[in-house]
Design a protein around this ligand. Sequence first.
Ligand SMILES: [Zn+2]
Length: 103
Amino acid sequence: MTEDSRGDGGGGAVPSGSDPIPPFPDCDETIERLYVYLDGELTEDRRAAIQRHLDLCGPCVDAFGFEAELRRVIANRCRDHVPESLVERVAAALSRERDLQGN
Ligand SMILES: [Zn+2]
């Protein structure tokens, strides 16, 4: 195997490791977009990206599960009565997630 990861030179104007578009959003972004995601207002690309993140990230799946559950309850009850305990659980999960990521 020949190692030519250095390329054949071109001035070295392109720094490696600074992709403008990450393969998937980070946790913070994923959490931020969960609401939009669940509202179905994201583009196909965005949804796919978040789905990919959820595939790889347990904590986000947790938060996502709470949020999805909340949405279902809201939909079923026509926004009539949302148990406060559920709202609080979601809020707690989200803030705990932020805490963990913020470090
Ligand atoms: Zn995550």
